[in-house]
Design a protein around this ligand. Structure first.
Ligand SMILES: *Cc1c(COP(=O)(O)O)cnc(C)c1O
Length: 475
């Protein structure tokens, strides 16, 4: 299995060769040359598998340059019940991504039971083990540099802590994350994790990462890497739980299900699209956004119009506050029949700050063939849904999952099970939950007192040279 760029001007490479990088050299995103296909007989065999065996059945079709027994070992070490332990009452941690029935044909698919209480742990934990494996094989090391406003940074740190050959330098806006989020990151005492609190806002931290990555000499000398949402390894890992969720609520392959996905960068729902292309019987993929509705606008109108970062709203579902959807190009590549010249033409507008409109070209008219449909929500919607779900089902959900439920309810069809992806646990967003319910969400016992643990972080100015000097001093 080789991977090709959506822009068509980079060489095709195997999985391990694209694992550590981000964009392809031509600026595109990597995609499998063709999708592996799962037949009816395959699906029957997979139906009874546990999460690890299922992950192996799927990932071994996408990764052919790691020996079978090594890949199995990496997967078995990653998807353990002890790692995804923050299950709700009545859920079995052995399921890794258990479902929770709200009512007939309406379920949560719990993806946030990992160490940082958000779905990013599903893929990032695998990436941590894959990085360590590939770096050791090659006798290489990497220094991961990132900027975070919350979920991505903590998931990356918990995945990379203690991993040989990997250091993490994570920038965050000083005193602008929730107390829980900063405590989660800053309490890590691992020697290979460096938290840098930048005096400034998230965009300034993000700009530093871009400036360092654009210094190609520095980047090469200090082996600067990233684990951002366009990493193919992350998308690949996320495919597995769509299969797992499908099997959990069906009894035979003639049944279809729909998934509702709280979306920002389109990474999560992109994995659903890939699962569908591989033969999983998915009816609809419901893309749910918050007030930052770049994706909803596209799926309603055919116009893809990224916003500037100064036009990004700060919302109560902050992990979906994006101005452009970095993984969206992957879907458009399939939509245009994998014609990379057409992708280049469309993104030549986007990369210059412009937009494109596919309505009337015959392309937008094909979007529904891929099952996509969308909707958005606002603060009031999400507060109301959190209350409604607690009253009706006795379940407390977080704000991102609330966005998913809101849009799912708009698009449900009566006889098709709808799985709403639970992308974070409510304990992570205490202020919003207490606003909605007048009480704090329950916090898993091992995380009580998290804010009181000793913290390890560096406060620095938003200054590229100072950050570079810090990296140099610590490698
Ligand atoms: C990252 C994140 C999302 C958005 O996922 P994408 O892959 O960027 O679409 C949704 N909810 C939570 C809680 C997240 O952390």
């Amino acid at each position: 299995m080789k991977y090709i760029s959506t822009r068509g001007q980079s060489p095709a490479l195997h999985f391990c060769d694209i694992l550590l990088g981000g964009l392809a050299p031509d600026g595109g995103l990597y995609m499998p040359e063709q999708y592996p296909q799962f037949s009816d007989a395959d699906l029957n065999a997979m139906r009874a598998m546990n999460y690890r065996d299922l992950a192996y059945a799927i990932l071994s079709r996408l990764i052919d340059d790691i020996p079978a027994e090594d890949l199995r070992d990496i997967i078995n070490r990653t998807y353990r019940a002890e790692v995804y332990a923050y299950t709700r009452e009545g859920q079995n941690p052995e399921d890794i991504t258990p479902t929770l029935k709200l009512e007939d044909n309406l379920y949560l698919l719990s993806l946030s039971n990992g160490p940082t209480l958000a779905f990013k742990d599903m893929a990032m934990q695998l990436l941590g083990n894959l990085f360590e494996y590939v770096l050791a094989k090659r006798g290489e090391t990497t220094n991961i540099l990132g900027a975070t406003s919350g979920d991505t940074g903590s998931a990356a740190e918990y995945a990379m802590r203690g991993k040989k050959g990997v250091r993490v330098f994570m920038l965050s806006p000083h005193q602008r994350m929730s107390r829980f989020q900063s405590a989660q990151m800053f309490s890590l005492q691992d020697e290979n994790i460096f938290n840098i609190a930048v005096r400034g806002v998230f965009d300034e931290a993000q700009d530093i990462v871009k400036a360092v990555s654009n210094d190609h000499a520095f980047k090469a000398q200090y082996k600067i890497g990233a684990v951002n949402s366009i990493n193919w390894g992350r998308v690949a890992a996320q495919i597995v739980y769509y299969f797992k969720g499908y099997f959990a609520v069906t009894s035979n392959n003639s049944q279809k299900v729909s998934f509702a996905v709280p979306s920002g960068n389109f990474g999560n729902v992109c994995a659903g699209h890939v699962a569908r292309m591989m033969g999983l019987p998915i009816d609809q993929l419901v893309v749910a956004t918050n007030e930052n509705d770049v994706l909803d606008e596209f799926f309603r109108t055919g116009v893809y119009r990224p916003r500037g970062s100064d036009n990004t709203y700060h919302t109560s579902s902050p992990s979906m506050d994006i101005s452009k959807a970095s993984n969206f190009e992957r879907f458009v590549f399939d939509l245009v029949g994998r014609d990379s010249a057409q992708v280049r033409a469309l993104w030549s507008k986007v990369d210059q700050g412009g937009s494109f409109d596919l309505k009337g070209t015959g392309l937008f008219e094909k979007v529904s063939d891929y099952g996509f449909i969308s909707g958005s929500s606002n603060h009031q919607n999400r507060m109301q849904i959190i209350r409604q779900v607690q009253q009706q089902y006795g379940v407390v959900i977080d704000t991102h999952t609330a966005d998913g439920i809101k849009v799912a309810l708009q698009h449900r069809s009566p006889h098709v099970p709808m799985l709403v992806l639970e992308t974070a646990l409510p304990a992570k967003f205490e202020d919003a939950i207490s606003e909605a319910l007048g009480q704090l969400p329950e916090r898993p016992a091992p995380l009580k007192g998290l804010e009181q643990l000793p913290q390890r972080f560096e406060v620095m100015d938003a200054d590229v040279d100072a950050i570079k000097a810090f990296i140099v001093a610590h490698t």
